[in-house]
Design a protein around this ligand. Structure first.
Ligand code: ATP
Length: 343
């Protein structure tokens, strides 16, 4: 297993800076997701690791080998890119054995390995099929297996589930997650879908405008976002202005004790999540703006006395949405135990 280290990587295209001073380590066997909005530099980061782009500044190491100047085909990296299509004039099995054949792996050995991998993702019965006769999800799995067949030191996935329906994404997420854990290959996974990133990754790197805002476990970036950008990008958040006096935080409509957080003074932003509010006749008065029944949960948007709007999730068992109209007054309480303060 291989550790990947980026040390101060900057990539400029002419006057355009795609990524700036990116430093990170992907530990041996770890799955690191890179998430961020469109154009923030996710693909450029991955393409630089693959060797398709030469960094303008900085060095890349695989373990203690400096690979910055090593050609892409000599990096032993498995790639599953959105636009990296399967070979059309080959069967599924031929697609998967192509890489090992180039590496000089004997025929029987490469066939056995390919069949084993196809079986792991449940498509060994498709070995003799033509890729064009497969569904999108089946093709994605072949793409993944083809990348893994060369026994790469590092696996790079760029939006590998684009265009698949939600149900299939969920299933593949489980399957691919299990496969990566079983094989233990060091993986970088690029996606703009933060749910996918959180579900698949050991750690998540949040990118914005070419730089890293935060790297941490899914729990850390959700529960302790480093700043407003991360709080907004990871999960749904309600950002509320407040005044801090030590650990006492005055939100205007209520005062909370921000326990466990480093005390700050002055103007701060409080990050609350939709589940932190409960519709239970508590002390916070709000007026209903909208309700959405989405099966299992009712999402509500309400307005607080200071005119800030917040989202909250309520169980349909607690509230009958058909009873609530925009403009209705409700009373909430805020569970401050998960609430986080950012500057
Ligand atoms: P998306 O999620 O939309 O794929 P991304 O986060 O992967 O976006 P990149 O594709 O890495 O973002 O692009 C980062 C920035 O670099 C963008 O502003 C993009 O226009 C620019 N860029 C990327 N490749 C090139 C190139 N070959 N020439 C010029 N600019 C480029």
């Amino acid at each position: 297993m291989t550790e990947v280290t980026l040390d101060g990587i900057t990539k400029r295209f002419g006057t355009e800076t795609a990524i700036e001073d990116i430093s990170l380590t992907v530990r041996e066997g770890e799955v690191l997701s890179i998430v961020g909005p469109s154009g923030c530099g996710k693909s450029t980061t991955l393409r630089t690791i693959a060797g398709f782009e030469e960094p303008t500044e900085g060095r890349i190491h695989f373990d203690d080998r400096d690979v910055t100047d090593v050609r892409a085909e000599e990096r032993n990296v498995g790639l599953v890119f959105q636009n990296y299509a399967l070979f059309k004039n080959m069967t599924v099995l031929e697609n998967v054995t192509f890489g090992p054949r180039m590496q000089g792996v004997p025929k029987e050995e490469r066939r056995a390995k390919a069949m084993e991998l196809l079986e792991l993702v449940g498509i060994d019965d498709l070995a003799d099929r033509d890729p064009s006769s497969l569904s999108g999800g089946q093709q994605q799995r072949v793409g993944l297996v083809r990348a893994l067949a060369i026994e790469p030191e590092i696996l790079l996935l760029d939006e590998p589930m684009t265009g698949l329906d939600a149900k299939l994404k969920k299933r593949l997420r489980r399957e691919i997650g299990k496969l990566l854990t079983d094989i233990g290959v060091t993986t970088l996974y690029v996606t703009h879908d933060q749910t996918q990133a959180m579900a698949m990754a050991d750690r998540v790197a949040v990118l914005n405008d070419g730089h890293i805002e935060q790297i941490g476990t899914p729990e850390t970036v959700y529960e302790q976002p480093a700043n407003q950008f991360v709080a907004n990008f990871i999960g749904t958040s309600n950002l509320l202005p407040a005044t801090a006096n030590g650990s006492t935080v005055d939100l205007g409509f209520t005062t909370i004790e921000a326990g466990g957080l480093s005390p700050t003074n002055g103007e701060v932003t409080v990050v609350t999540r939709p589940d932190d509010f409960t519709l239970n006749g508590g002390p916070i008065e709000a007026s209903v703006l909208d309700t959405f029944y989405i099966g299992g949960t009712v999402q509500m948007v309400v307005e607080l006395p200071d005119e800030n709007q917040i989202s909250l999730n309520v169980s349909p068992k607690e509230v009958d949405v058909s009873d609530l109209e925009p403009g209705d007054r409700i009373n909430l309480s805020l569970d401050a135990s998960n609430v986080h303060v950012v500057n």
